[in-house]
Ligand binder design. Structure first.
Ligand code: ATP
Ligand code: MG
Length: 705
């Protein structure tokens, strides 16, 4: 109906070659006025697609004046859309009407206009179709709003998806977010970089998959932000930056080798307290990046950053809780272990000592020789075990010197390379100017060995072990995260492997004594507990970073001391068991230990006085008329400690030397006042040779001032 009416109107079409519906009766005139004044663009076309009519609203909408288009092919169809246009016209010429078809057209100035078209056939008086009429409405704004909403929805969906990835690692989150940002902005590739806050502004990079693929053959570390040309502009300017004419930029060096060429580029920073902490960029959208792309990237980036922060906060919280649980459990186990080990040491001193005496005093051809030797060997093994337990419970007697971790690592390196086997690569990365620390060489060697052996065991198929040292300055936050240490200067020792890693449940227990995941006979589970004890007793802490399947890194921090490390010293040579004839007073409450000591010393030629406690010792001293050259006393005895006894006797017997014995408990020794005299301390269990050597050395030492 509309078709018929409008077709009868003329909007200044005076071309006689064009079919026109001539008459201008009253209805026609008012209709013509209606169409002329209509806010909607109204136009009609003949069967060949030439313009028959074009109202002022069409002029406004498309920018062509009526006289420019009348009788000519419709100029508003963009290239590439001709077939779609022809399809619509043919449908209508076939007699069908179409309502609210949404298409895109362009204006005279080339800009896009989105329209909704309703179109119907034009019929002449005989009812034959001679053209089409179209009423069009500009829906550009609505379309943009819709597109923005859709994008917003897609972004929300992506953000939601992101927030659902609570189990994902940080890497996976960033990777996912990056691919989404690339997708949502219609880009070809992108990057996400954390900006480290050291002065060089080193960037820690994640590339989207397209770049990664291109760069896979070429993997050197990313350059610092000061050296990377325009793509870190947003970090320097602290705001989003768009380069739609990338190739024309004068200052665009800094693309890593292998990187695909950039045509257009947009990047945005994440700002925290006016500091750029991360930047993200996307590149090579088909058309120019605009405001909405920038907003898109910025919003997505902010969302990602919040999630990363949450994730980090949660992970940190979990780490602290895990650490607390571990340290509480370790304390409890440590106390238990220390108690057992202390009592065991007294027993072992007796077993090992008497087995040694028995062995020595037997005739060489005695058939029981072998049995005695077995007892002695088993005793030694048991002593080693208790030593490990004591190490774990931080109750060892340490022999600290000012050392460089580097020396220890270098001294061990050759032996490690030999023993690790072909399938394992050992890399050392030692800080040249490493500070010194106060360490027990033998114990730290034990630490390195245990860590390296574990690393090897975690890589049955082979891999790489890296031993690194570094100077570290730990602030309050770092210390809080690490455990009970004070902020300050530290040296670190890191042992990293590329093995099967440690899952969360195992991570909580690895430092427990006797915890092992190895087959019976393959591991005792004492390696890491020894490491833990030695490190804690040396005032250090251990940090373990590992995920299942992703290798393990043990980092140990030892307090740094301001002194020069002493060079490696060879152990003193072992000579024959020394003897003597001096008088020695032995104070020891354990009768079997007392008897053992008495026997060993008497056999070595000494005159031995024995006492089961301090009181007896005092009495002995008073009654004995000859000189007493040495007091050999247990540290912990009932009623009066060894130290108190020594102090009492000092006035009675000036010039008498003192040697303490103890079942290892350095802290107990210390609280009995023997600290600082550890060269005068003999730890149980000891061999006969050790005892006689220490006794001789103490007797021969120059008198203390
Ligand atoms: N580098 C590592 N990679 C993977 N798992 C490890 C690593 N280091 C230690 N572990 C795990 O920690 C457990 C305890 O280690 P620990 O050194 O205390 O005992 P062990 O190696 O099993 O036995 P031992 O050291 O007494 O021979 C191991 O059984 C293993 O499960
Ligand atoms: Mg081990």
């Amino acid at each position: 109906m509309i078709g018929r009416l409008v077709a009868k109107m003329s909007f200044g079409n005076d071309d006689p070659s064009q079919p026109r519906a001539g008459d201008s009766n009253g209805a026609g005139a008012s209709l013509e006025a209606l169409v002329r004044n209509a806010p909607l663009a109204v136009l009609s076309l003949d069967r060949e697609g030439r313009v028959l009519s074009w109202n002022p609203a069409a002029e406004r909408m498309f920018g062509w004046r009526a006289e420019e288009v009348m009788g000519r092919p419709l100029p508003i169809v963009p290239s590439g859309k001709e077939a779609e246009f022809r399809g619509i016209v043919d449908t209508v010429l076939g007699g069908e009407s179409l309502t609210a078809v949404e298409v895109s057209r362009h204006r005279k100035d080339g800009s896009r206009v989105e329209i909704s078209v309703s179109t119907a056939p034009l019929r002449d008086d005989q009812g034959d179709i001679y053209g089409v009429i179209a009423v069009t409405q500009d829906i550009t704004d609505r379309k943009h709003a819709q597109a923005a909403a859709k994008l917003g929805e897609a972004r929300l969906a992506a953000l939601f998806e992101l927030s659902q990835k609570s189990a994902a690692t940080e890497d996976e989150l960033v990777e996912y977010a990056l691919e989404e940002a690339v997708r949502l902005t219609g880009s070809e590739f992108g990057y996400f970089h954390f900006v480290a806050d050291d002065p060089s502004g080193q960037l820690l990079c994640r590339w989207s998959s397209a770049v990664k693929k291109a760069r896979s053959a070429n993997r050197e570390p990313p350059p610092p932000s000061s050296k990377v040309g325009v793509w870190a502009d947003c970090a320097r300017l602290q705001r989003p930056v768009v380069h739609n004419e990338y190739k024309d930029l004068p200052d665009r060096e800094g693309l890593p080798p292998g990187h695909p060429p950039i045509l257009r580029h947009m990047s945005a920073p994440v700002l925290v307290d006016d500091q750029v902490v991360a930047i993200a960029g996307v590149a090579n959208k088909m058309s120019d990046y605009d405001e909405s792309d920038v907003r898109q990237l910025q919003l997505f980036l902010d969302g990602l950053w919040k999630l990363l922060q949450q994730k980090r906060a949660i992970a940190e919280q979990q780490r602290l809780e895990e650490q607390l649980r571990v340290s509480q459990r370790m304390d409890a186990i440590g106390r238990l272990a220390a108690g057992i080990a202390h009592d065991f040491n007294n027993l072992l001193a007796v077993i090992v000592g008497f087995a040694e005496l028995l062995h020595r005093d037997m005739r060489a051809e005695d058939p029981l020789h072998e049995y005695v030797k077995e007892i002695g060997d088993a005793g030694e093994r048991a002593a080693r075990l208790t030593r490990q337990l004591l190490a774990f419970s931080r109750k060892q007697v340490l022999n600290p010197e000012v050392l460089s971790l580097n020396h220890i690592v270098m001294d061990l390196e050759r032996m490690l390379r030999r023993t690790l086997g072909e399938h394992i690569e050992l890399v050392t990365d030692l800080e040249q100017r490493l500070g010194a620390s106060l360490l027990d060489r033998g114990q730290v060697e034990q630490v390195v060995l245990n860590l390296v052996v574990n690393a090897r065991d975690a890589m049955p198929q082979g891999g790489t072990i890296t031993i690194a040292t570094a100077n570290e300055r730990l602030d309050a936050a770092a210390c809080a995260a690490l455990g009970e240490i004070e902020p300050g200067r530290y040296v670190s020792l890191t042992v990293r492997d590329t093995g099967h890693g440690i899952d969360a449940a195992t991570r909580e227990r690895v430092f427990e004594p006797f915890f092992t995941t190895k087959a019976p006979g393959e591991g005792s589970g004492l390696g890491l507990s020894t490491v833990y004890g030695i490190v804690s007793q040396s005032g250090g802490v251990i940090r373990l970073d590992s995920e299942k399947g992703a290798g393990a890194t043990f980092t140990i921090y030892f307090p740094r001391v301001e002194a020069e490390a002493s060079p490696s010293q060879p152990p003193p040579p072992v000579g024959p068991d020394p003897r003597g004839t001096e008088t020695i007073l032995v104070a020891e409450d354990e009768s079997s230990v007392r008897r053992l000591v008495q026997k060993i010393l008497a056999d070595a030629g000494y005159r031995v006085l024995v006492a089961a406690n301090a009181g007896e010792a005092l009495l002995q001293c008073e009654q004995w008329e000859g000189p007493v050259d040495l007091l050999l006393t247990d540290v912990v005895m009932p009623h009066m400690s060894g130290k108190a006894l020594a102090d009492r006797l000092a006035s009675l017997r000036p010039g008498m030397k003192i040697l303490y014995m103890s079942g290892f408990e350095s802290s107990v020794v210390a609280c009995h006042g023997v600290q600082g005299q550890r060269t005068n301390l003999l730890t149980k269990p000891f061999s006969a040779a050790e005892l006689t050597r220490r006794v001789r050395a103490t007797l021969d030492a120059p008198p203390e001032p």
